[in-house]
Write a protein that binds this ligand. Sequence first.
Ligand code: CP
Length: 313
Amino acid sequence: MRFSRRCLLGLEDLTAEEIEEILETAVPCKEIIQREVKKLPTLRGWTVATLFYEPSTRTRNSFELAAKWLGADTVNVTIATSSVQKGENFIDTAKTIQALGADFIVLRHSMAGAPWLLARTVDCRVINAGDGAHEHPTQALLDLFTLKERFSSLAGLKVVIVGDIMHSRVAKSNIYGLLKLGATVRVTGPPSLIPPGIERLGVQVVNDLREAVQDADVINVLRIQLERQEKGLFPSLREYARLYGINREVLRIAPRDLVIMHPGPTNLGVEITEEAASDPRSVITTQVTNGVAVRMALLYLMSGGGKSGELLS
Ligand code: CP
């Protein structure tokens, strides 16, 4: 087993071999979650805590299901009803969760770098479930897994990421992961939402969406963060939808076998129309399912293979 890290904080510092091992381990996990009876004893005796300072449907619940189906106990710390409301700070909250017996803390926080601070503070295993506009490594891993199911190898694959690249942790983690696995990455969106100098990461910037998609294999559509509009970073939702929204007309320009991805939640009618999101080429629902498989793989690997060491027992 090559992936032996205590913490998964981002994809920037993972090797291609480590990423491949997580994706390979997710293959039997996907088989498990398609069984009628999904529960395994692999992580019996382990406790996985989710600590989310921001809302989540997919990430938090898929970690909880992944842990439960591997036989672990789970605890969800809901910030709105926790002692954070009485003034307890982040570090004390984390230490309390560790003292309660957690082996893993899965953290989502609005502050970039919070998972690194947590990893230095507690001894238990830490997984970054999204930190500010920085990284969302497990989202990128599930996106990579979804692409590998379709294409088997990502080498030479042309992936277009559309939208608010500047504030998107999904975009950053996807860029790191895709480039490490040999894909080519093109980013497109309003110029005010493309970080200056992003080409230095090894991606191509194409301002015109229609030009960007014409020979693409994959389009990954980012959620437009509505709060950005209030800051005047793009003119209006209608204008955004006209220039950068994925709709029937854009899909006509793109190759017929284009794969359409979106991390969710979607703003239907803004970054993607309902018709495009439910197009047969869309894998948005598959991404959600694959999120459970990838997070199971990660918990399994980071536990050192559980107590039995057997995933398919
Ligand atoms: N994609 C994603 O992170 O979704 P949630 O915010 O629902 O977890």
